[in-house]
Design a protein around this ligand. Structure first.
Ligand SMILES: [Zn+2]
Length: 370
């Protein structure tokens, strides 16, 4: 009985792959898959196969992977002593990390999200952390004459400590900085940048001096964005800035929006692969037809003045609607979705990225088994 369910699921998967693609390499994939199944049926004993099939079905039942679900890109600003709209206390930031960890969220980098290279374990949900403005309380190095250490109450200090205690949570965050003094310690800019890059963090563009890109000329927009990227590449010649968080969430309207994506100033070109907004909801899966890397929404990591749209509102929302969030199948090369999501999948994108689509239908599986 279980064998027939597995074959049914497999056939559904193959048919869907077959339907959505016409290129030869996909037919090759199909052949390969069928070959693999043939090999298995020859080599494995009936007992082993029964266990294997059971595991597959149990996994779907238990994990309910949905790699077309939504992903939170959390937006932080300051980490400070008093909670306010744009400030999180160290204690509350720790609480956020712990809550995310406990509820099955795992950190991924913005780059891995954009590249659709999501590597969290099966059953877990990816989350992206972002910090705007390059404040001292995001990355503070304390030198007291005897000791030199990362302030345990700044964002990086808290993240590092949490990672040490919970390595399976992951280590990633994007810091969107502006100039002249990212993280506000003039002599330590390079050292901090190098620490971030060496430890899985990312540095992004936040304008040269936090200009409001919705209120300045096209030339000034390009100057602001190019100078930021140029400055960072002077400090980190090996590193490429790939993403922009819009200062104030502001951008030029209409066709001019393209200048926040790419442009040049005095011969220096910039080309962002991701543009992040300020508000205010989870982002689509990179597999979704709704995925637009140049207009990525962020969830405010705040509990004030954001009724209904803050981090805890969405944690609650996903708890009540688990089918809405991204749940990993544990394999970055396969994209597993409930069959009901099939029309919301960017099939061309999957082909381009060499991803194998797997669909499943729990209701049918249950019906068949009974
Ligand atoms: Zn800002």
């Amino acid at each position: 009985m279980k064998k027939s369910i597995f074959l049914l699921l497999l056939i559904i998967g193959l048919v869907l792959i077959g339907c959505s693609n016409s290129e030869i390499n996909n037919i090759t994939n199909m052949d390969k898959q069928v070959e693999e199944v043939d090999e298995k049926s020859q080599e494995e004993s009936a007992d082993n196969k029964e266990i294997e099939l059971e595991k597959n079905i149990i996994d779907y039942e238990r994990i309910k992977p949905n790699e077309n679900g939504q992903i939170m890109i959390l937006m932080y600003h300051g980490i400070g002593e008093e909670e306010s709209e744009w400030v999180r206390t160290a204690e509350n930031f720790k609480k956020d990390l712990y809550t995310l960890y406990e509820k099955g969220y795992r950190l991924i980098s913005l780059r891995d999200y954009i590249n659709n290279n999501i590597k969290v374990e099966a059953g877990f949900t990816p989350v992206v952390l972002t910090f705007d403005d390059g404040l001292l309380n995001q990355f503070n190095i304390i030198e007291d004459g005897i000791n030199r250490y990362i302030d345990p109450l700044c964002a990086v200090g808290i993240l590092e400590e949490f990672y040490k205690e919970h390595p399976d949570f992951g280590r990633a965050a994007s810091f969107f900085v502006y100039y002249p003094t990212p993280f506000r310690q003039k002599d330590l800019i390079k050292e901090k940048f190098e620490f971030l890059i060496d430890n899985g963090y990312e540095i992004g563009n936040h304008g040269y001096n936090h200009e409001n890109l919705g209120k300045i000329s096209i030339e000034a927009i390009q100057e602001s964005l190019a100078k930021n990227v140029q400055k960072t590449s002077e400090i980190l010649p090996e590193y490429t800035v790939e993403s922009l968080a819009l200062p104030y969430g502001a951008a030029p309207k209409g066709d001019d929006y393209r200048y926040v994506i790419s442009g040049d100033y005095q011969g220096f070109e910039y080309k962002h692969r991701a543009v992040l907004k300020v508000g205010s909801n989870p982002a689509p899966s990179p597999n979704s037809i709704k995925f637009d890397p140049y207009k990525l929404p962020r969830v405010r990591a705040s509990e004030m003045k954001v009724q209904g749209t803050g981090i805890y509102d969405y944690l609650e929302y996903f708890e009540k609607n688990p089918g809405k969030k991204y749940i990993s199948d544990g394999n970055p090369d396969t994209i597993t979705i409930p069959e009901s999501e099939i029309d919301n999948i960017d099939k061309e994108g999957l082909e381009k990225n060499n991803k194998k689509l797997i669909t499943y239908n729990l209701i049918n599986a249950n019906t068949d088994e009974n």
